[in-house]
Design a protein around this ligand. Structure first.
Ligand SMILES: Cc1ncc(COP(=O)(O)O)c(C=O)c1O
Length: 351
């Protein structure tokens, strides 16, 4: 229905929540999240009096017990980064709606090419355009997209920012003034205007260029990542592999119902040599770049426990699905033979 471009994926996720929740409220988040989002929810939002209740992403049936009359939304990642778990979007939308809550999904990893969450019942979607949409790691930006489907007025007490006079904008009642554009217009006119995380114009231009090739890149990312996952799966120096396209993967069945046209470019796996082995592996890579980003045309690798998730406690690492031996690959669009050759020599270095 409407969208709002912002300065980063993190700004998009922050605004997506702050648009509905304030001091004294709570939200429910599926626990497998990008490290920055996890830290936002576990540490920053509580500083503003917003409590975040984490829920197992495999257990939509556990949502109802966490909801009270100050709960404002359910948030998750379609494909959790870096666990690479696929959530059952339809099931989460159903349980959220049964409680009068919107489902907000960060759809960065599959992009709209591989997953269209609105068709599965999600209400609001966010993207870090920094990743696949841009495609080259040259620009930071984010987007919030509002389906316009959630009926805020039908749950008026839960969403006073949209359904009661808004002091931040001349006492307007957003649902009366702009109907089903209420959520996205308030994000623009209140949060963006008052706190200013605007996207840089040059970045917007780069994102529009990236969009022109997104469909082709996602096809090749998916094709390469499946081959990489199959290669790792049979390898002596690898303890486990997580890729939803792999036969036997715990999320294959959900992925087949949720994704279309491929399983994306993210693969995570455990190095048999453990935490130290994970570090050595990443340092030995030559073609893969050692980078915390995902979604570039070129291949990237990171050892999460010592980088993106280094501020998490061992218990938090467990809940976020980030074991200490885990390496996350963002498989690029290079020739598959070159990728396999690089992985082969880097795995040898872990022994
Ligand atoms: C799934 C996901 N969402 C959001 C973000 C944050 O995006 P940005 O780097 O644009 O702030 C990231 C970054 O890695 C991410 O992987």
């Amino acid at each position: 229905m409407g969208a709002l471009a912002l300065a980063s994926g993190s700004a998009a996720n922050t605004y997506a929540v702050l648009n509905l929740a304030g001091t004294g409220d709570n939200i429910i988040a599926l626990s497998t999240l990008y490290g920055g989002t996890y830290a936002l929810f576990a540490h920053t939002l509580p500083q503003f009096g917003i409590e975040v209740r984490f829920v197992n992403p495999d257990k939509p049936e556990e949502l109802a017990a966490l909801v009270d009359d100050r709960t404002r939304l359910v948030f998750g990642e379609t494909i959790g980064n870096p666990k690479i778990n696929v959530i059952d979007v339809r099931a989460w939308a159903d349980v959220a709606h049964a409680q009068g809550l919107p489902l907000i999904l960060d759809n960065t990893a599959p992009t709209p090419i591989l997953c269209r969450p609105f068709e599965l019942g999600a209400d609001v979607v966010t993207h870090a355009a920094t990743k696949y949409i841009g495609g080259h790691g040259t620009s930071i930006g984010g987007v919030i997209v509002d389906s316009g489907n959630f009926d805020w007025a039908a749950h008026s007490d839960r969403f006073p920012g949209l359904t009661k006079p808004d002091g931040a904008y001349h006492g307007v009642v957003w649902t009366e003034a702009v109907g089903n554009l209420a959520y996205i217009i308030r994000a623009r006119t209140v949060l963006l205007r008052n706190t200013g995380a605007a996207v840089a114009p040059l970045n917007s231009w780069l994102f529009l260029q990236g969009l022109e090739t997104l469909h082709l890149r996602m096809e090749r990312h998916s094709e390469n990542a499946l081959k990489v996952a199959e290669f790792l799966n049979g390898h002596d120096d690898v303890a486990w592999v997580s890729y939803p396209g792999l036969d036997g993967d715990a999320y294959k069945e959900i992925a087949d119902r949720t994704l279309k046209g491929g399983y994306g470019g993210l693969v995570s796996f455990g190095v048999k040599a453990g935490r130290e082995g994970g570090k050595k592996f990443v340092e030995a890579l030559e073609l893969f770049s050692h980078l915390a980003n995902i979604g570039d045309a070129k291949s990237l690798a990171i050892h999460n426990a010592t980088t993106t998730h280094s501020q998490l406690t061992p218990e938090e690492l467990e809940a976020a699905g980030v074991p200490e031996d885990m390496v996350r690959l963002s498989v690029g669009i290079e020739h598959i033979d070159d990728l396999i050759a690089d992985l082969t020599q880097a795995l040898a270095a872990t022994r």
